[in-house]
Design a binder for this molecule. Structure first.
Ligand code: TZP
Ligand code: MG
Length: 225
């Protein structure tokens, strides 16, 4: 059996709506060039209709197939948001799901032990479910206010993040509104990894930004562990 790698360091997310209509493969290439440890591809339907869900899934398959090709010459963990079947089809490392997706236990049963499973949690109770169900890592957020997830999304703050990290038996990935001004507080909680969408996608030079955040995170986690 393949040994599963642990999620750690900078976790970059390429989101189809951020920027809307952007070149997902091009941005993924930049993050890989910037040495990210983990890269997630995220394509959300723009509206609640079967046609739109199909369009989004088709786009995901095409982007994921291309980005999986980068794994030949680069060492990074590739995660597909929502679609375990696409993750397996393109040879990605894992899938990331939330409470409204295929349950973690069912993904395990269907796709086996080798697939890495990440679970999105938005409360300490939901986070606990992640390790109880057999996920490999848990994402917790939004830590800070963020426009990327849309309005009405609960903000958890650093204190709750600290509690989740202390209770967790699997790596914790912090997400939501994390940027240069607040990342040190996040790293001090003992998280394994920091996920970002806008702080990387909006940078003048996403390659340099990924390199810089990656170094900062490694330096901090290396020094404190
Ligand atoms: N889940 C919780 S917050 C969030 C997601 C997908 C958005 C993260 O984006 P950003 O731009 O890094 O705040
Ligand atoms: Mg989902």
């Amino acid at each position: 059996m393949k040994t599963k790698k642990n999620v750690s360091g900078l976790y970059a997310i390429v989101d189809s709506n951020y920027p809307a209509g952007g070149d997902m493969v091009g941005l993924a290439a930049k993050y890989v060039c910037g040495g990210v440890g983990v890269l997630q591809l995220r394509v959300k339907p723009l509206e609640n209709s079967q046609g739109e869900a199909e369009r989004a899934k088709k786009l995901m398959l095409s982007v994921a197939s291309e980005v999986a090709g980068f794994k030949k010459n680069n060492d990074f963990i590739l995660i597909i948001n929502d679609h375990a079947d696409i993750a397996c089809q393109v040879g990605a490392d894992g899938v990331h799901v939330g409470t409204n997706d295929m349950p973690v236990t069912e993904i395990r049963k269907t796709f086996g032990d080798e697939i890495m499973i990440g679970f999105s949690s938005h409360s300490a109770e939901e986070a606990k479910k992640a390790w109880e169900m057999g996920a490999d890592y848990v994402a917790f957020g939004a830590i800070f206010p963020t426009k990327t997830k849309g309005p009405g999304h609960p903000v958890q703050g650093l204190e709750k993040l600290r509690e989740v990290v202390a209770a967790a038996s699997i790596p914790v990935v912090a997400i939501g509104g994390i940027c240069r001004e607040n990342i040190e507080g996040v790293l001090k909680t003992g998280v394994s990894s920091v996920a970002m969408i806008s702080a990387l996608a909006l940078a003048n030079d996403p390659v340099l930004e990924a390199i810089s955040y990656g170094r900062l995170i490694r330096r901090f986690l290396g020094a404190s562990r």
